[in-house]
Design a protein around this ligand. Sequence first.
Ligand code: C5P
Length: 232
Amino acid sequence: PRLFAVIPAAGVGRRMGGECPKQYLSLAGAPLLHHAVLALLSFTPPRIERVAVALHLADERAGELPILEDPRVLRVSGGAERADSVLSGLHALQEFAQDEDWVLVHDAARPCLPQADLERLVARVLERGEGAILAQPVVDTLKQSDGAGRVLATVDRRQYWRAQTPQMFRLGELRGALEAALAAGEPVTDEASAMERAGFPVQLVEGSAANLKVTVPGDLPLAAFYLDARLQ
Ligand code: C5P
């Protein structure tokens, strides 16, 4: 089986509070989306054959991004929700890929993905023939809220991991799982949740703090730090 990728980058980035969707915020002289696409295009071996990037086509910023002209990049139109954007990427890949091939789904808002994390994820999936996600064990003590500002209980943090991307699954299985979750009207905040719901096992592969998701403006200096550390 071969490797493909989808980058959902069609969000409007409301939590950043600005005019600019976060995938177009500048980091080290290029938009976050550039760094996310580059991390996948740089991976080898095995190389990722095609990267479908789901864009908000009304957004002219996408037209000014040279990395999207790479022959391995497919531009597709994103949808209303993240899962719709991922599905439109998966549909576009069907021209090149088989259902048994693997697809990595990676957030445009994670610009500092270390190549070592990507290697660990791909190696584990290919070794076991089973889908996996990058994730980090929770380090803080976790409190469950009563919904009114008080602690209801302290939960066992050893059971909890924070999901990152890339998340890597067989293309046909992921497509079916996402379609089923959307048809059921369930919220799908990552690909793994749709796979879990469909009954597939999902392995946890330990990732690193460098692979942060830029969500609020204060995350940008931190991303700049990690990107700089990676480039040295
Ligand atoms: O909002 P959140 O941080 O979960 O978004 C994760 C990724 O999904 C971002 O890269 C965003 O651009 C993308 N997205 C999308 N289509 C949507 C909503 C979000 O491609 N309708």
